[in-house]
Design a protein around this ligand. Structure first.
Ligand SMILES: [Zn+2]
Ligand SMILES: [Zn+2]
Length: 322
């Protein structure tokens, strides 16, 4: 089962600037000049191999789109999407490409209704095409109201009522398991301004947890234990690691987000197999995000008891298999 990260940024989109691209090119040119094999790098294959061996933050970017993750279902015309951040625009184009003109069903799980998790929907192309079915699930009673409000005048030119697809809203009950797109889906409440919900998705013996915009307190063991159970044995936990532990425990306490260190601790306690750092701080550039990942990898080794926890950082375009 493939999980595709279409948007991994928190709070607001943060695209790479021209000066950011230039800086990466300068680093690459300097690396080529210093490489013993520099004379062979005019050949494309050799150049590609050289670039692939560079650190991710130099050769790529974590990306700038806000939260959107697609979890593969067992049907080619059925899509399961977590959150409608700006990443959903590309998720939609990819899905339409795979549908090759057929109609599709899109089940969406919304963590909450903050802008960064819904702002991609007005650009979700299938919503405009009759024949597609879009079912939006979430635990907030204002689900429908929020999505309609975001497309109302004078903030957007196309009203929600003009959308051509069949669009339904389903309010879920936290703690109750519902069958959605072939998955057993269980939501849980999370500590976040205006509330948010994490989702545990299970299908064919595999488990993916989507838990973003969630603050955890080191001193609240009852809450930590509840989340350790929620993450129990997961193949992949997509986790709000917006801050470093130092930030999360001091200046940004009560801001409703969590840290890389808390992600490792909860996943270790839960016996989860892989942790994906997610909802990256928009202020952090690629080098800082890479440094946070490396710090997290060292922390996992230092605190490892028996099971190895594989730690990765989500980036726009990343595909992970479980
Ligand atoms: Zn957010
Ligand atoms: Zn939020």
């Amino acid at each position: 089962m493939n999980i595709t990260f279409w948007g991994t940024r928190g709070s607001i989109s943060a695209p790479l600037s021209a000066s950011g691209v230039r800086s990466k090119i300068v680093d690459a040119v300097m690396a080529v000049a210093q490489a013993p094999e520099s004379a062979t790098l005019a050949e494309r294959g050799a150049a590609e191999a050289f670039v692939d061996a560079m650190p991710f933050a130099q050769r790529g970017t974590f990306g700038g789109n806000t939260s959107c993750v697609e979890v593969e279902t067992d049907r080619p015309d059925h899509f399961l999407i977590c959150d409608l951040g700006t990443g959903v625009r590309e998720a939609a184009l990819s899905a339409l490409g795979r549908l090759e003109g057929r109609s599709g069903t899109f089940d969406v799980l919304l963590s909450h209704l903050h802008w960064d998790h819904i702002m991609g929907f007005p650009f979700f192309v299938p919503a405009y095409i009759p024949g597609h079915v879009i079912r939006i699930h979430g635990c907030h009673a204002q689900l429908e109201e929020a999505l309609k409000a975001q497309q109302s005048a004078p903030c957007f030119p196309v009203p929600f009522a003009a959308l051509g697809a069949t669009i339904e809203f389903h309010v879920l009950t936290p703690g109750e398991t519902t069958e959605i797109a072939g998955f057993s889906v269980t939501p849980t409440p999370q500590h976040h301004g205006n509330d948010s919900y994490g989702y545990r998705l299970e299908r064919a013996g595999k488990c993916v947890v989507y838990s973003t915009d969630s603050e955890h307190r080191i001193e609240d063991d009852t809450d930590l234990e509840r989340f350790a159970r929620f993450f129990q044995g997961a193949d992949l936990v997509i986790f709000d690691a917006m801050y470093s532990l130092a930030d999360a425990a001091t200046v940004k306490e009560d801001w409703g987000h969590s840290s890389n260190v808390m992600g490792v601790e909860l996943c270790q306690r839960a016996g989860a197999k892989r942790l994906a750092l997610f909802h990256h701080e928009p202020v952090h550039g690629d080098a800082k995000l890479q440094a946070l990942l490396e710090q997290t990898l060292r922390y996992e080794i230092l605190t490892r008891e028996s099971n190895v926890l594989d730690v990765i950082a989500g980036y726009d375009g990343l595909v992970v298999s479980v």
